[in-house]
Design a protein around this ligand. Structure first.
Ligand code: NAI
Ligand code: MG
Length: 346
């Protein structure tokens, strides 16, 4: 385990700035005295784009690479055309740093509201492929803007890319008590990609005899997320299905203010990036209403990834205790951060 952490910080836009400050507060509080935390902040996002037209210059990409991990708040503002920052910054980082595992745990914490009846036990992890599928920019538009416009958006799937994320998902399933892995795809309609995913899923599965496997079409999976979420343990799926399913998962487990994620490069060739699932929430930016818990739980994922399991668990226990103690009275972003920092330090 490294006894120093070189952390790159991209607060970004809107509430990103506010929640990242709380994430750093809790990180500082939970780390043992002898672990040296070095942070470097990067000015990237909407403001930077307005000022200079840049999204992610190569020099900054190189500089980010020199870190053990990246903590990101949120990127995006209504004043920037849709797609500019998503493609030029967020997706560029995920592709450049080969973040092929997009990890999104979903857990129903005590005292949180869920629209589901009967408060089922929900504790599953979605392993979403992060570098392929329809998100690679493999497409184009012809006769753009005319009534005869043609647009393509090709879903790219490689055996290499599928096998490595499927293997990662088996490893994660194998290390959890239930040892269950569900593949989600749509192989009755998307037969080429779907069959490749299923064949690789079955083949790799032979190496993990203790893991129980299951397959669901993505449309059926959305039903079970709501009617039987307790049936899931680890889910592996492609980039687009994973994007949609994890928002649904966040909604049924206490809301977007609690949903954490990691963009992980399991080989360690590049820094992994941890961020809340939510965006920059321009509607509440600057009001102190943003819940920093999703970012603080992302810090726990970051610590676990770097080998600080005990500290990660301390943060998760603190969040559970904090949620249990919530009485419905409104607390500011800062107050929640302070409360969690106090719990992990104590
Ligand atoms: P959003 O997640 O920013 O907000 C959706 C709703 O959830 C809003 O009503 C907001 O107030 C609320 N919300 C979000 N986070 C919250 C928190 N921590 N505490 C309390 N309430 C919270 O999604 P939206 O509005 O679709 O997007 C806003 C901007 O963020 C857009 O520019 C979008 O592109 C960007 N975005 C960026 C992401 C990222 O950086 N990874 C992810 C999603 C959106
Ligand atoms: Mg999303």
């Amino acid at each position: 385990m490294s006894r120093s952490i070189r952390l790159a910080v991209i607060p970004g836009d809107g509430i990103g700035q506010e929640v990242v400050a709380q994430g750093l507060k809790v990180l500082t509080a939970v780390l043992p005295q002898d672990v040296k935390l070095e942070t470097k902040e990067y000015d990237l996002g909407a403001q930077r784009w307005h000022a200079t037209g840049e999204t992610l210059p190569d020099a900054e990409l190189e500089s980010l690479k020199q870190h053990d991990a990246i903590l990101l708040g949120a990127i995006g503002d209504p004043s920037v055309p849709s797609g500019v920052l998503e493609r030029g910054l967020l997706l560029k980082l995920r592709f450049a740093f080969d973040h092929f595992v997009n990890l999104r745990p979903s857990k129903l914490f005590p005292n949180t509201s869920t629209p589901l009846a009967g408060r089922p036990d929900i504790d599953f992890v979605v392993v979403r492929e992060g570098t392929e599928g329809p998100y690679t920019g493999n497409g184009g538009s012809l006769r753009t803007g005319t009534p005869a416009e043609v647009a393509t958006e090709v879903s790219l799937n490689t055996a290499y890319g599928v096998e490595r994320v499927v293997r990662d998902a088996y490893e994660r399933a194998n290390s959890r008590p239930r040892k269950k892995l569900t593949l989600v795809h749509k192989n009755n309609v998307l037969v080429y990609a779907g069959h490749m995913w299923k064949n690789i899923f079955d083949k790799v599965g032979q190496e993990y005899p203790e893991v129980t496997t299951d397959y669901l079409h993505v449309d059926a999976a959305t039903i079970f997320f709501v009617t039987q979420p307790e049936r899931f343990d680890v889910i592996v799926t492609d980039n687009l299905f994973g994007d949609i399913l994890t928002d649904l998962a966040a909604a049924v487990t206490g809301g977007i203010g609690l949903a954490a994620s990691g963009n992980i490069n399991p080989t360690g060739d590049f820094p992994s990036m941890f961020e809340p699932v939510h965006g920059s929430a321009p509607d509440i930016a600057g009001t102190g209403k943003a819940d920093p818990t999703a970012t603080i739980l992302s810090v726990a994922l970051l610590l676990r990834h770097l080998g600080y399991e005990q500290q990660a668990a301390r943060i998760e226990e603190a969040v559970a205790a904090d949620l249990e103690a919530r009485d419905g009275s409104a607390r500011s972003t800062d107050e929640i951060g302070d409360a969690l920092a106090a719990r992990v330090a104590g």
